[in-house]
Design a protein around this ligand. Structure first.
Ligand SMILES: Cc1cc2nc3c(=O)[nH]c(=O)nc-3n(C[C@H](O)[C@H](O)[C@H](O)COP(=O)(O)O)c2cc1C
Length: 449
């Protein structure tokens, strides 16, 4: 079979991920593997797509190989998908699968993103392999890679592939024109609206103008399409110790001084390719200069989204997951699907309330699970990720349960007592009563306030 490996890691041949594809190639000389370092060549494909078009046309199976980057794929792969769709190369009926390496932090959303785009291209999608960075170094990881490939080959031979999602007819997009009057800016807060609004995003421009008008505080717009990025994150880890990026385009300073200083963040974009224009992904990835530090913890965020958000469950998970992991209160998402003006008004109110009162909510599974991955990762990599380690120590993020010695001893004592039949008999029916007693105290206190 003719297999085209699209190596979208910015590290090219030094990519960890591509090693798994090379491993499979070594085991399967009966198949033709072609490797293209698309992550490194993205600028050249922007100028001339024809070499990639020919390779894609030749392929029977396209294998996307990439690292998970900030919940999705690296900017370079987002850009590549844009180029493939713009070119219009016919990939219908070809098989598509993927190999990623990561620390499993939101690898699910990355895989869904690539799958959804492959469905758009009419490809036959086969479940990919989401490996940990180090998996290939273990016998188990090697077996899992081989198992993945055996299953993939079976699927290609027998024509087994994922059922594409139900086609949702694109609604007639209503033009949105700004209509809200400018409100008095009595609240002393500063909101930054970060957008990648292009000339074609007229609805988004209208929504931004209305949110600006509806907010009871000052707001400023930062259009990241105008930022002179030298390129996407290179994954070089040059920033791990100092927090300084190897690029000299000044983005890290700009991020820290112009964006992160705000009291509230609004992200505003138009949906495309199941996320948004790749310029936003460049912005996301380059924030790696903050490492895994939740430096804006507590700052509320909100979204203005133009497009069929309700039909993008993966994007909804990304939006919520990012707020959860960052410890940012998600004040809401306003879209241009229906009642846009009312949604924007409500968003302005919610965001103001969150800023004024410092609203917070408990982290859910997306937040708790994500932070546990980071906690364990940084603890292990503390020698290299010094800035992250310092931050985690200072902010009490190392909440390893095994450190709670008092609680563990308490539970041992309770367990030992409950093992005694006479205690068991006495405690019957009283356990839940005992457990709820401290909560009742809180309620009593609230009543007597
Ligand atoms: C900018 C950046 C963002 C990352 N984001 C994630 C992430 O969201 N989830 C995760 O598990 N790992 C993340 N990682 C770790 C990479 O996925 C991991 O190091 C991967 O194995 C690198 O593969 P490569 O050598 O093929 O580029 C990120 C790394 C970088 C540099």
């Amino acid at each position: 079979m003719k297999i085209l490996v699209l190596n979208a890691s910015p590290k090219g041949k030094n990519s960890t991920t591509v090693q798994t594809a090379l491993y499979l190639q070594a085991l399967h000389p009966e198949h033709t593997f072609t490797f293209l370092p698309v992550g490194q060549r993205i600028k050249s494909y922007e100028k001339d797509f024809s070499p990639l078009r020919s390779a894609l046309e030749e392929a029977e199976l396209v294998l996307f190989c990439y690292p998970v980057y900030t919940f999705i794929a690296p900017y370079q792969l987002h850009r590549l998908i844009e180029l493939i769709k713009t070119d219009g190369v016919d990939l219908r009926g070809k098989f598509a699968s993927q190999i990623t390496t990561s620390k499993h932090f939101y690898d699910v959303t990355a895989h869904r993103y690539v799958e959804k785009n492959c469905f758009d291209l009419g490809m036959k999608v086969v479940r990919g392999l989401s490996a940990d960075m180090e998996d290939l170094l273990s016998a188990r990881g090697q077996k899992e890679a081989r198992d993945f490939f055996d299953q993939l080959l079976l699927c290609c031979r027998q024509g087994i592939f994922a059922v594409p999602p139900i086609y949702v007819p694109k609604r007639e997009k209503q033009t949105y024109l700004p209509c809200l009057p400018e409100r008095e800016k009595a609240l002393k807060k500063d909101v930054v609206i970060v957008t990648n609004c292009g000339e074609e995003d007229q609805n988004l421009a209208g929504m931004i103008a209305d949110l600006h008008a509806a907010l009871p505080c000052s707001s400023r717009v930062v259009n990241i399409r105008e930022f002179p990025f030298d390129g996407g994150c290179l994954g070089c880890f040059g920033c791990a110790i100092t927090g300084k990026c190897v690029y000299k385009d000044g983005f890290d300073e700009f991020l820290r001084k112009t964006i992160q200083t705000a009291d509230g963040f609004v992200y505003a974009f138009t949906i495309s390719d199941h996320y948004t224009h790749s310029s936003f992904k460049c912005f996301d990835d380059r924030q790696f200069c903050n490492g895994h530090r939740t430096v804006t913890h507590g700052t509320p965020i909100a979204y203005l989204i133009s497009g069929d958000y309700r039909y993008e469950p993966n994007l909804r998970m990304i939006v919520e997951g990012r707020a959860e992991v960052g410890g940012n209160y998600l004040a809401g998402v306003a879209t241009d699907e229906q009642d846009t003006t009312a949604q924007i008004r409500a968003l302005a109110e919610s965001l103001s309330l969150a800023m004024e009162k410092g609203l917070s909510r408990p982290a859910n599974f997306y937040g708790v699970g994500g932070m546990k991955i980071f906690r364990d990762l940084i603890y292990m990599m503390q020698g290299l990720m010094k800035a992250d380690h310092k931050f985690y120590k200072e902010h009490g993020i190392y909440d390893f349960p095994q450190k709670q010695k008092k609680r563990i001893w308490q539970m041992r004592l309770v367990g030992a007592l409950m093992a005694i039949p006479s205690v068991q008999k006495k405690a019957k029916g009283k356990m839940t009563e005992a457990m709820v007693a401290p909560y009742q105290k809180v309620i009593e206190q609230a009543r007597s306030r």
